[in-house]
Design a protein around this ligand. Structure first.
Ligand SMILES: *Cc1c(COP(=O)(O)O)cnc(C)c1O
Length: 376
């Protein structure tokens, strides 16, 4: 059965052009990049080419890019690695209450180790308050980590202003840009970003490969112990095919960024406009002004998100809900909770994330199906 994929914030479909570049490194060119003979040197060259592509997109230096196993590892390395390496300077970290679990859980572990963590609240659009951020800074603050764009509601934070505040106080600024890379142009110098996480499978690359940018002036401890790969900062034989895939995917994403974003945003707005017309009492969650182009997150008054998803699944539509039901208990998402969603809309949210492969026909089928389900 044909399916309709509207969950591009969860993962994206690997591009054929990316796969083509990766394939030789899965079998023919399988050399270990640490080996000094030609087969190994070829792998090393492929890695360094990808590193240059990533650095180029960010306006960073190649030696500031570290390949990891994905967004989760990049977030863990940034948070714990920078915290541990700077422990002698202080024990205070500032983050937000709407971060991805990779950050929130890392922060919790650091708290157990004796670090103090401030979780900044957000307003009803999901944006942090810059005055609150600056007021939270103390003489023992050693790291600020605020996500670039939220994975549930798509809200984009005022990254430039956050970077300016961090720089003014001489505190390293990390951003989880897993949702932003491939969607927004990001220059780490213009935005004063000192560390940044990305993950290839969120921009049409392969799963299980990511990168972490860390400015060369910022110290961090390594997360993986072992060999000397990634300039001693991330041990383990490199995932060459994955690294080649990430490099190709990021290149492609930024070559076609404006054209893709225009189409994606058009389809997202088309969906939202139609939904608002059909169902005047729905709520659109998050900021419409500072928002990822493909993100639509809506709440219905009296339809349970998890039930809605199940019915959509039956007709081949894949989307996501704001609350997860586990062991019979429905838990509201920490993000929707943080934006203060009203009680009558709790548990009733639907996240539709549009990607470059979606068509208007698909969006029409989604609207048609929602109408049919909700009106029956
Ligand atoms: C997907 C995601 C991650 C985790 O990345 P993985 O590569 O799946 O480990 C982290 N942060 C955000 C904001 C994400 O959307």
């Amino acid at each position: 059965m044909k399916f309709y994929y509207f969950d591009n914030a969860a993962t994206t479909c690997l591009d054929n052009d990316v796969l083509k570049e990766m394939l030789p490194y899965s079998n023919i060119a399988y050399g270990n990049a640490s080996s000094s003979y030609k087969l190994g040197r070829n792998s090393k060259i492929a890695i360094e080419n990808s590193r240059k592509k990533v650095a180029n997109v960010l306006g960073a230096k190649p030696n500031e890019i570290y390949f990891t196993s994905g967004g989760t590892e990049s977030d863990n390395t940034a948070l714990k690695g920078i915290a541990h390496a700077n422990r002698f300077k202080g024990n205070h970290i500032i983050t937000s209450s709407i971060e991805h679990p990779a950050i929130l859980e890392s922060a919790k572990e650091l708290e157990k180790e004796g670090f103090n963590v401030t979780y900044l609240p957000v307003n009803n659009l999901g944006v942090i308050d810059l005055n609150q951020l600056e007021n939270a800074i103390t003489s023992s603050t050693i790291l600020i980590s605020i996500m670039f764009a939220n994975n549930e509601i798509g809200t984009i934070q005022p990254i430039k202003e956050i970077g300016r505040i961090a720089k003014k106080h001489n505190i390293p600024f990390h951003t989880d840009a897993v949702q932003a890379i491939g969607n927004l142009r990001i220059n780490v110098d213009e935005l004063n970003i000192d560390a940044l996480s990305m993950s290839a499978h969120k921009f049409y690359g392969p799963k299980g490969i990511g990168a972490l940018y860390v400015r060369e002036t910022v110290d961090f401890d390594r997360f993986m112990s072992g060999g000397h790969q990634e300039r001693n900062m991330r041990a383990g034989t490199e995932n060459i095919a994955g690294i080649v895939g990430l490099g190709t995917a990021i290149d492609l994403a930024y070559k076609n960024l404006e054209a893709h974003n225009k189409k994606i945003k058009y389809l997202r707005d088309y969906f939202l406009n139609n939904m608002t017309k059909e169902f005047p009492d729905i709520k659109i969650n998050g900021s419409m002004k500072n928002r990822l182009p493909g993100n639509a997150n809506i709440s219905f008054r009296n339809v349970q998100g998890s039930k809605l998803l199940k019915t959509l699944d039956e007709v081949g539509i894949y989307a996501s809900a704001g609350s997860a039901c586990s062991a019979g208990i429905t838990r509201l998402s920490h993000v929707l909770e943080a934006i203060g969603m009203p009680e009558e809309y709790s548990h009733n949210s639907l996240r539709v994330t549009i990607g470059k492969n979606n068509t208007k026909e698909e969006v029409n089928f989604l609207i048609y199906s929602l109408r049919k389900i909700l009106r029956s």
